[in-house]
Design a protein around this ligand. Sequence first.
Ligand SMILES: [Zn+2]
Ligand SMILES: [Zn+2]
Length: 428
Amino acid sequence: MSTPSPERPADGFFRALIRWFDADHIPEGVEALQSTPKKVDWARSIPFIILHLACFAVIWVGASPIAVWTAVGLYFFRMFAITGFLHRYFSHKTYSTSRAFQFVMAVWTALAVQRGALWWACTHRHHHKHSDEEEDKHSPVVDGFWWSHIGWITAKKNFPTDYSKIPDLAKYPELVFLNRFDILIPLLAGGLTYGAGAWLGAHGYETNGPQLLVWGIISTVVLFHGTAVINSLAHVFGNKRFQTTGDESRNSFILTLITLGEGWHNNHHRYQATTKQGFYWWEFDPTYYGLKVMSWLGLIWGLRAYPTPSTRRRNAPRRRPRHGVRELIAIVGSGVSGLGCLRFLRAHHDVTVFDHDQRPGGHAHTIDVKEPGTGRSLPMDTGFMVFNEVTYPHLCRLFKELGVKPKQTSMSSRSVTTRPGSSGAAAR
Ligand SMILES: [Zn+2]
Ligand SMILES: [Zn+2]
């Protein structure tokens, strides 16, 4: 007779606390959480806010060249993981790798402190499915700059990872583990940074544990905003090469510099499956260059480039399809020679050639050829064939295939190596 009591605010807060450490702790169900309004969940956002506030600690810990350059290095080291792995691998699978290296990539991306790779990929795939529609989690066109930049990530509704939408990734328990306990690697990395600073300080270098940690945090916060501009600005600033993407995605060189190549966002919305997002040599795409080096090392493979007209030509299947005997007969017999061709064949090739009046039931100017293997007779009508550069190579290949040798006469050897320009010239 008891009815389920509505969730008390304290429950919500407690759950949010647990989710700091266990992102999959969602007793109310993924769908229930997804149906909550577009609103900031302050309790869950506390670590995110602390991260921002911690940057002010620089007032007390100060700066040193080692600390600043570490922050810069960490920015690019992790930005590469965001664009090269989270985006171009986990979200779009634009290339392949081994399961072991996939795990390494997931750990590497976790250092970026942008939650688990599976949540990232799931969220991003949703963006492509609903770009600039009401359902889009971060559209500046629909919800404005602040929501698309930072608001959306603090909302309860965008918190859960919907594993049912990413079965290709959710089948790996090691990835699910990293995604569920997404705070583990960042905590470890924070500890390591502090330790490295303390060790360097103890060995006479101009830094210390707290300083290196704070600069690591600054790098992380800048990294977040450097990534978020793709959500908030890449659908507003820049130009559209492709008008047909059905959204407001743009190409911007400035955003490319910040994100190591992600600024070619309109290119990417048009061709999501290509690893290379800068389509031409002048479209700087350092992430792609890095991935290319990794492919030379054998860590990843199957990178896909934009099909420019020249690559389309390069990748086109080789000409000269291999014809079977029957197809060759169809080609050659669909229109060679006339009488001139018949005379030429009879004179120079060891092949039975019938004229229409010599072959009972045969068509005019029929060549009787034997199918290799079966030895079956395959009549070839040469009645209307034009004997020229196009048909002659087909005929020669057909004879070669059938094992028909040119007759060893001085005339034939000369004739066979010379491509006749017309039936008359060949037959004479
Ligand atoms: Zn994408
Ligand atoms: Zn987009």
